[in-house]
Design a protein around this ligand. Sequence first.
Ligand code: NDP
Length: 232
Amino acid sequence: MNTALITGANRGIGLEFATQYARDGWQVIACCRQPERATKLNHLADQYGASVLIFQLDVKELHQIERLSKKLSETTIDLLINNAGTYPPASHGELGHIDYSDWLEAFKVNTLAPLKMVEAFVEQINRSQLKTVAILTSKMGSIADNQRGGSYIYRSSKAAVNMVAKSLAIDLQPRGVISVLLHPGWVQTDMGGPGALISAEQSVTGMRKVLRQITQADSGKFFAYDGQAIPW
Ligand code: NDP
């Protein structure tokens, strides 16, 4: 049985990853900030029993990541999905109105946490067959794709995590660990809003297909949910 560890698994894209992998018979380690308030995730755990285990994790708190890694030291992790992400209020990220404390918070969640997760869990990942790390980024972090400007906070935090994933691909290549970046599309979640183009189900179905198809040669690459390569 394969094991996936997912951050931010209580709603949106993270919950959909947990749901689909549980349905396919995976062991799911579902992390979220407030398990006691994660109604939908608890419902999933009730449905799948020990196949869905819920752990408390605020990814901004690096000591919590270390503590969870110690708790799961004997676990093998085939797929680490760094999904948790934040998009501060749009008005806080525009020129002349930048909220610098929001910027630092966004960097903690979107950029620092994915790297800390890999540092903390690399031994558990190294033991697995799939040895895959996925980081949920965004096309908004693509420098080549930026035609509209603005969104300084979100764009910069995702552009920075793109570089994190690329360096991980190089540094972990000798161990056979694959590091990929995934753009989920514009998705109907709390972050994407109701007017977004695709459902979480469509997005995650697509990203799981990408994850099934990638090989070591794809490590360090940036893919959309439909498999298209995204320019840096
Ligand atoms: P949502 O806003 O719907 O959900 C965000 C998730 O991240 C929630 O589970 C939230 O938990 C969690 N999270 C936020 N901060 C923390 C933290 N400090 N510790 C742990 N968990 C945290 O977003 P989506 O599901 O839409 O997005 C998932 C990923 O996809 C993100 O990385 C996002 O940037 C990316 N993305 C999304 C797009 C979209 O259109 N939706 C487009 C491009 C990229 P809590 O409930 O506790 O707040």
